[in-house]
Design a protein around this ligand. Structure first.
Ligand SMILES: [Zn+2]
Length: 640
């Protein structure tokens, strides 16, 4: 007896499909290599829309995955591209020496391999046909291959036979001609499992295979197959089966089985199968045996262990509305109904993703696997919820999943996560806070604003003291992020809004009649940057050392908000008084050029213009002079 599996394939597949559900495929396959029993007679069940002539009553029970295994390319669901390529190759007589099929499990790789094997060896009903993509299914080769008992079609599972010895066996047999068929065909499933030495041994044969030998490899992990092997194969990527195709297939089978299954129940199965036809058929099998009469979505949901999607949407909605109590109650109710906290959070994450996708591409909602009710709710949420909120929910759910996984009590951790989510679901982002800060309307000027000039409103307009025209709040980047900074920013928002420009700060100092501070700020401060609440300057050489600290302290005292006053190096902006001096010089030149002054100088040659005073200057000086004696009041601060 050959070591690799030459037993009737249909029988093996039956065993495998029966126990492969739930991820125990490997074990099932080992079983299948050991069991030696005569196969059930094969059944020819075309997966067409006219399954009426199926005679089921005489047959022993067969799992659906086996019963409805595609026998021709036309039966293959959703693999049109591959079929077209194969067809061209067959018709132009350019059949590759080796093929590799890749795709997720249950998508039809080994089934495809067998159909290709049939196509290559089919001789047609009359015994005269050549290789074809439409194997007749009647000739001796088609029948034998379908039954898995063709002597020239050998199938082995690399998952259980990885060694070089197994491959050597093949390599030695390669040189013998096919016993009865056109080609000797080796089908190696899960080929990526072969050991390196096995691959190397195989490679020699692949490089120069005899003309009568064909290899068909199947793998779920194409990246693990050496490039040297891949480069000698024609590669087919079997696509995940689209939900529409899968639904149509399930409906066809259910109809053929005479089983009544609700559409939303089929949709659930389709979604759970994740593109694998074999899984979908196994699930359908289970669903049919579960239900007496029509199988409902609820039954399938229970069978799949899924939380009720409607309830997941309810929970999502409660969280998004910030209703912590309602959300807690809902997750508690789901928990007592048997839902796994981890699964609930995973479902929530799925909803967050789903709603985000609908937001970007609204057509996505038209997914047939989603019930109309869910669809409407998803669309409504997508319209209402901003993307940043959805993105944050996703982030938080990922974190929550990790926490729940590590927590000693999963439910507690899930509840904490839900509470946290309800609280931050709709907080603005740092960017939005900054934007709000910038866009905030300037409140009316301070009541009783001194000094005559009203507090400027808005950011526009040139400033009298050109050198000090501040960059305004829109200038540089916003306050640093982080929750603390955010809270402060929020609290200070209104308090700071009225100090949009540095001139407003000067005005504030003037208003509080702190003459010394005013003079010092005007004389010693080279302003590097200004935002409400944040001042950076380079002090002149003769500036008092405590100027920044004192300025910050005074501003905080007056505004009730913390001000950051920082010394920086290298700013060469003129101080306020330098600007004023420049203006004075210009004024003096203007004055000296004035005809009246010229006339005076002409009359009194020794006369000079010593000072030019505007009415405003006089008021200002009077204010400063009148307050000199209060200097002692803030001595204590100077000590700091
Ligand atoms: Zn045939």
């Amino acid at each position: 007896m050959a070591k690799f599996c030459v037993m009737p394939q249909d029988y093996h597949a039956g065993v495998r499909a029966a126990i492969s559900f739930g991820g125990r495929t490997a074990r099932a396959r080992i079983l299948c290599a050991c069991i030696r029993q005569p196969p059930n007679p094969p059944q020819k069940v075309p997966m067409s829309d006219t399954p009426a002539d199926i005679t089921r009553e005489a047959q022993p029970y067969q799992v659906l995955a086996r019963k409805y295994r595609p026998e021709t390319f036309a039966d293959l669901v959703g693999q049109e591209a591959m079929v077209r390529t194969l067809k061209n190759a067959f018709e132009s007589d350019r059949i590759a020496q080796a093929f590799v099929m890749t795709g997720i499990r249950g998508v039809g790789k080994t089934t495809t391999a067998r159909i290709i094997a049939k196509g290559m060896n089919c001789i047609g009903p009359d015994g005269q046909g050549g290789p074809t993509v439409e194997p007749c299914g009647q000739c001796e080769h088609c029948v034998a291959i379908a039954e898995g008992r063709h002597v020239d079609v050998m199938e082995m599972d690399a998952a259980s036979r990885t060694g070089v010895g197994d491959i050597r066996e093949i390599i030695e047999s390669v040189h013998y001609r096919a016993a009865s068929a056109r080609y000797k065909i080796y089908i190696i499933d899960e080929v990526h499992m072969l050991s390196t030495s096995a691959f190397n041994a195989l490679l020699k044969t692949l490089e120069e295979p005899p003309a009568h030998v064909k290899f068909i490899f199947a793998t779920t992990e194409i990246r693990k197959v050496p490039v040297t092997v891949l480069s000698r194969c024609q590669r087919f990527d079997l696509r995940r089966i689209e939900p529409e195709d899968m639904l149509a297939m399930l409906k066809r089978i259910a109809k053929a089985e005479g089983a009544e299954i609700a559409d939303d129940a089929m949709a659930l199965i389709t979604r759970a199968a994740e593109g694998s036809a074999r899984d979908a058929q196994s699930l359908l099998d289970q669903a049919i045996s579960h239900g007496a009469g029509e199988t409902t979505a609820d039954q399938v949901r229970a069978m799949l262990g899924l939380a009720d999607r409607g309830r997941v949407l309810d929970l999502f909605d409660l969280i998004m509305r910030g209703d912590a109590a309602g959300a807690l109650w809902e997750i508690g109710a789901q928990y007592s109904d048997g839902a796994d906290p981890m699964a609930v959070l995973r479902d929530l994450a799925e909803v967050a993703h789903w709603v985000s996708v609908i937001k970007i591409t609204p057509e996505t909602a038209e997914d047939p696997t989603v019930s109309p009710d869910e669809r409407t709710r998803g669309q409504a949420m997508a319209e209402k919820l901003p993307m940043r909120v959805l993105a944050r929910m996703w982030q938080m759910l990922l974190t929550a999943l990790e926490e729940v996984g590590n927590a000693p009590n999963a439910m507690m951790a899930a509840e904490m996560a839900v509470i946290r989510m309800t609280h931050v679901a709709d907080l603005p982002t740092p960017e939005e806070l900054v934007k709000r800060l910038k866009d905030a309307p300037t409140p009316p000027p301070m009541p009783g604003g001194g000094g005559g000039a009203p507090a400027p409103v808005g950011n526009g307009g040139a400033h009298a003291q050109g050198g000090f025209a501040p960059s305004g709040p829109s200038g540089s980047s916003g306050p640093a992020g982080g929750p603390t900074a955010l809270a402060v920013a929020q609290a200070s928002e209104s308090a700071l809004a009225q100090y949009a420009r540095f001139e407003d700060v000067l005005q504030l100092i003037r208003h509080h009649r702190d003459g010394l501070l005013q003079v010092q700020v005007e004389e010693y401060v080279r302003l590097a940057s200004y935002q409400p609440g944040r001042i950076e300057f380079t002090p002149t050489d003769d500036a008092p050392k405590d100027l920044a600290a004192r300025l910050a302290q005074r501003l905080q005292g007056w505004t009730g908000v913390r001000w950051g006053v920082t010394l920086v190096n290298g700013c060469e902006e003129p101080t306020v008084s330098e600007v004023r001096d420049g203006e004075k010089l210009a004024l003096r030149q203007e004055a000296e050029a004035h005809p009246l002054v010229q006339a005076v100088i002409a009359a009194f040659p020794k006369a000079k213009v010593s000072e030019i005073r505007s009415a405003e200057d006089l008021v200002h000086e009077a204010a400063v002079e009148g307050l000199q004696e209060v200097e002692d009041e803030w001595d204590p601060f100077e000590e700091e």
